[in-house]
Design a protein around this ligand. Sequence first.
Ligand code: ZN
Ligand code: FE
Length: 256
Amino acid sequence: MNLIPLPAFSDNYLWLWHEGQSAVVVDPGDAGPVREALLQRQLKLVAILVTHHHADHVGGVAELREATGAQVYGPAAEAIPEPFQPCQQGDTFELLGQTVQVLDIPGHTAGHVAYHLPNAPDGPVLFCGDTLFSGGCGRVFEGTPAQMLASLDALASLPGDTRVCCAHEYTLSNLKFAQAVEPDNTDLADYTAHCVNLRARNEPTLPARLARELAINPFLRVRAPAVMAAARRREPQAHDAVAVFATLRQWKNDFR
Ligand code: ZN
Ligand code: FE
């Protein structure tokens, strides 16, 4: 299974998944880099997966559908460029010989979905849009902190060898925040050094491994004693996991 992050805009990745002559793209905010990659590799686009309605994820959908006839899949509860196959929790379909499972992960947007490939050849793959990032998570725009935490918890329960394909290269700034939360986390220090090296060579830090995210991502660690303690130093009333999550999210919004 070939999995390629196509850089777009300043920090987006449009994930291109291809097998033989056929390709799928996830969240094509811009048609340009996708058309170029298809041409270069002589691929036919058969499907477009959309995780949520933001412009940097759907901006190229209409042009790509028109140019290729690709079938569009998108969140049932969101307005994305019609026509598309509406997807929600529990739906499964086959693409390029793989089973794709749909997960509802609201919070960043109200109808945000993820696409999970549980049986992909080199380990499961997750396309999670702007919900989970390496070392961080998306902003809570349309949902509540409780919804966002439930969505992150659902993703965290996937197999540890899952390759997490996030829609933005936010890793280094996320890790800077993560280190402010957990300065004594040695896995976090090691992973940060690794990612600094990758970015120095202009290489993507993604896909991320889910097992590592569980060890370093504060938003997946809201029940870890060190993370709870850090949140409570900022907000003494952060008693439960949702309050710890909400405190971290607000802290990250203000963090420079
Ligand atoms: Zn977004
Ligand atoms: Fe985005």
